[in-house]
Design a protein around this ligand. Structure first.
Ligand code: FAD
Length: 449
């Protein structure tokens, strides 16, 4: 494992060209704070801002917004430290470049193919030392949270997607409700307000009181919806009836939380995802069938929800659905040569109780079994999308267990989904002795042919 923890952090903002040179160890949150001083920000954010800039781009991360690309597409250039060629600055096309900092002797490679691969390079092509990212002016966003019934949502889905800068849905298994969060630029100013307040959580608190027999409100109670959900689910994580009850109560909480808040994009776009968890997320291209007025992105989730009910999967909420513009990175799950393509990202989750006693360890093991052996398979087979079109988020793709055919099937699938031959050719050039590899890379990505 390589850590950049001791690398000196540098952030160099170019206000004229609206871009920033940042070392890969800086966190997205730290970068946003620095950019704020220059009235700039990043085009998009994921749900957390604690990632390093290196991890953010190399794993092909995304926020939400049908017209906003994944974050790797905000990269305008990067410096890679490679065992094969030493430090290299990689740029698209045939840019000329003047190294204003004159710190190190860096070779410059302007090559569209390598640039496309390396922007979402999975850490296998070299260590990202510095990234040049495109920025946008800092502005306030107005976020609106509203609970819809599925039938209502279906009628306005396309409009919601195209008329809002950022849209995300939180689906609630075993209910017909979906929480819709939209955000758009606004000239209004107001301090962001916390989304959770005591009254809003009453429906969850009632279940807690009923289950534990304690007083309705206790001093140490979690104060956010996500933390309350974690505490509640850990009482009986695989009991379908209990999860159904919690999901329904959570929808009630969201009804209490409906409303508007205003803040800058890093404040508004990040959200609380809860504690320890198993996650899996797929992306696929949304091919709108105008003739039949069908939305395959919505249909996919509806089928998934139906399968969850039929198979009685203890699926907690939310199932996150987000969108992005296509990415020009060949290794991105949202890769397309057409900039107008829209991809949807659908993520499932199961929360893990925390503790080292035997009971908790057992529960964690059982949850992982259900998640990996049942729930992710149900997601992949939800249809109507061909499973080959479903590309997993790299940061959420765990190695399957070595027994059985899963590993070989996944390897074969990845070979059909990505240009791994080309990727591995560059790996051999940039890392000829495979010193940057690991088990995940060896088993899923590497090939010797
Ligand atoms: C609670 C939570 C919420 C999340 N929400 C989202 C979300 O909304 N959208 C989304 O897309 N993702 C999301 N993620 C996934 C997260 O953004 C990625 O896992 C991201 O890669 C984590 O960054 P990190 O700095 O922790 O990376 P690490 O875990 O340190 O690295 C991830 C990988 O990136 C590569 N890498 C990292 N740094 C470098 C470098 N300097 N040079 C070369 N390669 C490097 C390596 O291959 C490494 O294995 C979430 C994760 C969590 C835990």
């Amino acid at each position: 494992m390589i850590t950049l923890a001791k690398l000196e952090s540098k952030i160099c903002v170019d206000t004229f060209n609206k871009r920033v040179n940042v070392t890969a160890n800086v966190t997205v949150g730290e970068l946003a704070e620095e950019l704020r001083k220059y009235n700039l920000t990043l085009e998009n954010f994921a749900s957390i801002n604690d990632q390093s800039v290196g991890g953010f781009i190399q794993a092909g991360c995304h926020g939400t917004g049908a017209l906003v690309p994944p974050v790797n597409d905000q990269v305008e250039g990067l410096v890679l430290v490679t065992p094969g060629l030493g430090p290299i600055r990689i740029l698209p096309g045939t840019h000329t470049f003047k190294d204003t900092q004159n710190e190190v002797d860096i070779k410059i490679i302007a090559d569209d193919e390598l640039f496309s691969l390396v922007k979402c390079g999975l850490g296998g092509l070299g260590i990202v030392y510095e990234v040049t990212l495109r920025c946008v002016p800092l502005e306030n966003l107005e976020e609106v949270t509203k609970v819809f019934r599925l039938e209502e949502l279906k009628k306005i889905h396309t409009r919601l997607l195209l008329e809002n800068r950022h849209v995300r849905y939180m689906w609630y298994p075993f209910t017909d409700s979906v929480v819709v969060v939209t955000s758009n630029p606004t000239s209004k100013t107001a301090a962001p307000v916390a989304l959770s307040h005591s009254h809003s959580l009453k429906p969850l608190r009632e279940i807690m009181t009923h289950r534990t027999g304690g007083p309705s409100e206790r001093p140490g109670d979690p104060t956010s919806l996500a933390a309350f959900r974690d505490a509640l689910i850990s009482l009986d994580p695989l009991n379908v009836d209990f999860i159904r009850q919690v999901n329904k109560a959570e929808v009630q909480c969201w009804k209490n939380l409906e409303g508007t808040r205003i803040g800058t994009s890093p404040e508004i776009l990040s959200f609380d995802c809860g504690g320890q968890q198993c996650v899996y997320e797929v992306a696929f291209k949304v091919e709108q069938n105008c003739a039949h007025n069908e939305s395959p992105d919505i249909e996919f989730v509806m089928r998934l929800l139906k399968r969850i009910e039929t198979l009685n999967i203890p699926a907690p909420a939310p199932i996150e659905q987000r969108w992005s513009q296509s990415s020009s990175s060949m290794m991105s799950p949202a890769y397309s040569t057409s900039i107008s393509d829209i991809f949807t990202w659908i993520g499932i989750i199961m929360y893990l109780p925390v503790g080292s006693d035997l009971h908790t360890l057992n529960a964690r093991w059982n949850i992982k079994e259900v998640f990996h052996k049942v729930y992710t398979k149900v997601l992949l087979e939800a249809g109507p999308v061909d499973p080959l079109q479903l590309r997993a988020h790299w940061a959420k793709l765990d190695l399957p267990a070595p027994e059985g055919n899963e590993l070989s099937e996944l390897r074969a699938k990845l070979r059909k989904q990505y240009p791994l031959k080309l990727y591995n050719t560059y790996r051999r050039l940039l890392d000829p002795n495979s010193i940057l590899t690991n088990q995940w890379m060896d088993l899923l990505i590497a090939q010797n042919d």
